[in-house]
Design a protein around this ligand. Structure first.
Ligand code: ZN
Length: 160
């Protein structure tokens, strides 16, 4: 079976920045499954996987324009500490979710000072090239339910 639209593909992967620093990877007991052809992966990666078979390996470098974009320094903002619940432990590197004019957004906390909390609204992977190393582990036809939902369901648990 080859990877084509509406197949569920299980992959083993690692993702590094352009300088070889590992950002994330699948683990032996939890490979990543996705529904092919529904924009769940970055477009160049999905295109590179098209037609591949179990055992095939894809190594691809994706520049920021085709990845998570360039950094926008206007998305780095400082807000007063009292905008967060007092009992919430706010620490550097932590990610928080907020509703903004742009909708639901994830911010990374860059720093906590007396004058306020500095937040970065850029995607954590924005602004640098991404190196994907992907091995195809399994390919199957998607179920009706998966097609309805537009994503893959992992065996054993339904996770969104
Ligand atoms: Zn679902």
């Amino acid at each position: 079976m080859n990877i084509s639209e509406n197949t569920v593909v299980t992959i083993e992967y690692s993702l590094s920045d352009g300088e070889g620093n590992l950002l994330e990877q699948s683990t032996a007991d939890e490979n990543f499954a996705y529904l092919h052809g529904h924009g769940q992966l970055l477009e160049p990666l999905e295109e590179a996987l098209e037609g591949k078979e179990v055992g095939d390996r894809v190594q691809i470098n994706i520049d920021p324009e085709n990845g998570f974009g360039q950094r926008n320094e206007e998305l780095v903002i400082t807000v007063p500490r009292d905008r967060f619940p007092e009992d919430e432990d706010i620490t550097e590197g932590m990610q928080v979710e907020a509703e903004t004019e742009q909708g639901h957004q994830i911010f990374t906390i860059l720093g906590v000072k007396d004058e306020g909390v500095t937040l970065d609204g850029n995607h954590p992977y924005a602004g640098f090239p991404l190196d994907f190393d992907v091995t195809v582990k399994d390919i199957r036809t998607a179920t009706e339910e998966e097609l309805e939902h537009g994503h893959a369901h992992q065996e054993g648990h339904h996770h969104h």
